[in-house]
Write a protein that binds this ligand. Structure first.
Ligand SMILES: Nc1nc2c(ncn2[C@@H]2O[C@H](COP(=O)(O)OP(=O)(O)OP(=O)(O)O)[C@@H](O)[C@H]2O)c(=O)[nH]1
Ligand SMILES: [Mg+2]
Length: 249
């Protein structure tokens, strides 16, 4: 059987988790040959996120350092699947599409798949200001990295676990999303972007639009013009040095 880890970062998402976990098609995935674990990263939540995730059958990893990127570092560290899939804990990403997306990943021999939410059919699920900002950041990212990706900010990626060890991804915050895409495409992994449905968010927005947008801009330029392998000891990707810091229950 193939193994899949679905890694979900969660900051005060207790109210969304039952619906989110309900869309993970465990039985359909099993029928398609995938043994699935769900890893919920509790990012120092002040609500019942961890208890709710645990009660719903997820593995829970605690990341005391706030930040979307920090949450993923902890989640990827404990994920055991040969393939990792990601998405927010806010009901926006279609985990129910995973059987189809995984079929494409395998059939097309893709190593890093990312998803595009920015087509017309999803227009109503995203605030107008986010829609414009996402387009602007994506256009700049395409210009700098020449990878043709339409949506540099989508939080749903499906990739082979082994590529994580070869990526130099440094962002602790929201810029992690664009950075992992640009790192994977620059490193030469076989990549593909596929359109997905994007749904209305449940609960409270955690994104801080202006500071997060500015941090994304800075990260794009720093990443494009930095020397490769420059961080950490002897060019070892930062996430490797951090491994075994997190424990899931
Ligand atoms: N913003 C933010 N999100 C975090 C953090 N830690 C975990 N998360 C989770 O990461 C996901 C992304 O945050 P969102 O608030 O949905 O950000 P977004 O998707 O860019 O913005 P929306 O379009 O409003 O959903 C959610 O599941 C959060 O609960 C953190 O420190 N900051
Ligand atoms: Mg979200």
């Amino acid at each position: 059987m193939n193994t899949l880890s679905i890694v979900i970062p969660a900051l005060n998402e207790a109210s969304n988790l039952p619906a989110v976990m309900g869309t993970v098609p465990v039985a359909e995935l099993a029928a398609a040959g995938w043994r699935t674990e769900v890893v919920v990263v509790d990012n120092a939540s002040t609500d019942d996120t961890a208890a709710v995730a645990h009660a719903l059958g997820a593995r829970v990893v605690h990341q005391p350092e706030r930040g979307y990127g920090n949450a993923y570092l902890a989640g990827f560290d404990v994920a055991t699947g040969d393939v990792i899939a990601t998405g927010d804990a806010d009901c926006t990403y279609p985990f129910d599409a995973l059987p189809d997306l995984l079929r494409t990943l395998v059939d097309q021999d893709v190593e890093f798949m990312t998803t595009d939410r920015l087509h017309r059919t999803n227009r109503r699920a995203m605030k107008a200001s986010h829609f414009v900002a996402n387009h602007a950041l994506s256009a700049l990212s395409r210009t700098l990295f020449r990878n043709g990706l339409r949506d540099s900010q989508s939080g749903m990626w499906i990739f082979r676990r082994y590529i994580w060890d070869g990526l130099d991804v440094r962002s602790a915050g929201m810029a992690f999303s664009q950075e992992i895409k640009n790192a994977a495409t620059t490193a030469g992994y076989r990549f593909m972007e596929v359109p997905i449905e994007y749904r209305t968010r449940g609960g409270e927005v955690k994104l801080n639009a202006l500071p997060d947008g500015m941090a994304n801009l800075r990260q794009l330029f720093n990443h494009r013009f930095r020397r490769q392998g420059g961080r950490g000891e002897a060019g070892i990707p930062a996430q490797k040095q951090r491994s075994e810091r997190y424990e899931a229950v």
